[in-house]
Write a protein of this length. Sequence first.
Length: 663
Amino acid sequence: MNTPTTVIGRSVPALRRVVIEGVVPEIDGGRFAIKRTVGERVGVEADIYADGHDLLRAVLLHRQADETEWIEDEMRLVENDRWAGNFKVEKLGRYAYTVVGWVDAFGSWSVNLFKRAEADQDISVEVLVGAEIVQASADRARGEDAKKLAEVAAKLKRCSRKDREAALTIARSPELALLVNRNRDRHADSRYEKELDVVVDPERARFSAWYEMFPRSCTADPKRHGTFRDCIDRLGYIAGMGFDVLYLPPIHPIGRTERKGKNNSTSPLPEDPGSPWAIGAKEGGHKAIHPQLGTLDDLKLLQKKARELGIDIAIDIAFQCSPDHPYVKEHREWFRERPDGTVQYAENPPKKYQDIYPFDFEGEHAPELWEELKSVVFYWIEQGIRIFRVDNPHTKPFAFWEWLISDVKRKYPEVIFLAEAFTRPKIMYRLAKLGFTQSYTYFAWKNESWELTQYFTELNEPGVHEFFRPNLWPNTPDILNAYLQKGGRPAFASRLILAATLGASYGIYGPAFELCEGRPVREGSEEYLDSEKYQLRVWDIADPNSLRDLIAHVNGIRRSSPALQVNSGLKFHRVDNRQLFAYSKVSEDQSHKLLVVVNLDPRNTQAGWVSVAVEELGLGTEESYQVHDLLTDVRYVWHGSRNYVQLNPAVLPAHIFRVRPIG
């Protein structure tokens, strides 16, 4: 704020002449933080200008949230009063940043001095003006700065009388300019009125490959429940495909009341295991482990063995209960009762989930409920879990998630929350702004080239990519789309390549995905036939038709390709055949450039001419360049923007080209 001063009986603002506006990134007026991972840079731009013709200077201030001292980094004028600067975030947690600008008295004097000298005018008085500017800084300075500035001021005074060239040499010194501005009168600085925030997460938040697996199906016998120790035996298989996050659906005891049977039947058999999302039984609730999976020690052993292979274990947070959950008996006040005295079960008409009771997040006893649910998350963190996939967060209050996640991240900034919210875009974005680290997307339903282009253009817009980190899943236990149902193995292969290259984070639900499980429970449904949600499944992971080798190869390409480890740098390229989809990814330092072409037709060979936007790849319009297919190790020489591609989906539905200039 400008400080009022009195002039001829009237109060006017002190002359802080610089205006700072249009600061980016800034989410919703600074209400929410942007996101980065350790080692990334935060680029900041702002419109910075003032009245008159004086030169300006600006700095980007930044600090960790728990520190008091600001670090200053110079900003540079880009064009048309637009300034830019950046800083690197090197630790987990929160950072703050803002912008300061001021009139550069020394710089303005220096420029004008040289103009007068070039016009062969007398500059002796102007040199004395410069001496006064430098002396004023000396008077404000301390220590060595004060000494150096005073010496220069005295030298300028001497030069004004007899040594024009020496004065000009002093005036062009960048070191002196820096020294004078460092010791400027800061009361005249303009400071942006907001301090903006950055949340800094671990690298896994930016770049990760997830594998979802039901631990109870890690078995070779359909009558024997899989265990955590069985999962340990499966870790080599998962690591061999290149995944670094193993996500387990709810691992808690499962209720028996209103238990669902095979294919979501409401008439279960005694041996039916029920849905893992119907959490809670006599054996315990959200802080307990299903006894058939093993013990807490078994889970910790699984985590240890996974870490040795570079894999983090993620578990499901589903804040809901079966009718048998201890909470229902001990805290009936945490649930809504219907007029007939029964507890309201979950439903999404016409769907009914009689085996699940939702919590009442708004009732009189909500504060105690919120504290208890937060304690669930802290309990599993204390057991070594650092990644949580959160079930249906959009059906709980926004305020609850903002409160919970901020409390968790304050103590454990390395924790990652993935929001499973297949809902309206604004709600998905709000959850991301509130603190969710990653988010599910609509990718599973975007199958046409125009849909993919439109959707990923939206996700990469500056106003979105600063807070929304997409995690792309071609399938989940709830989603088997028509494309996968009808397209067979080529459809699974193309969706894998799209997910793994369009986004820095992606996941698959396996072994259903790599074994190309495409049977719906009925025509028109996205539910799997014999879904693992309701029964044990035995998977033949040695099936020769499996996509495991392709998955391993694609994940290897991701690990060796910096361009695929960030969501930025995505550009689309026109193709004269709408069944072919082309896009490029370029690393932030421009050293690694990929061009991906995918056949979206799983049944037929498709060919066409790709109009390569060569300028996006740093190439000349008539330049020849090499494209090296990382999937097949075949190299081609292309020339200019128009080049021919033909892809047979039965062989391989895509090219992942590394682009290099020849020579």
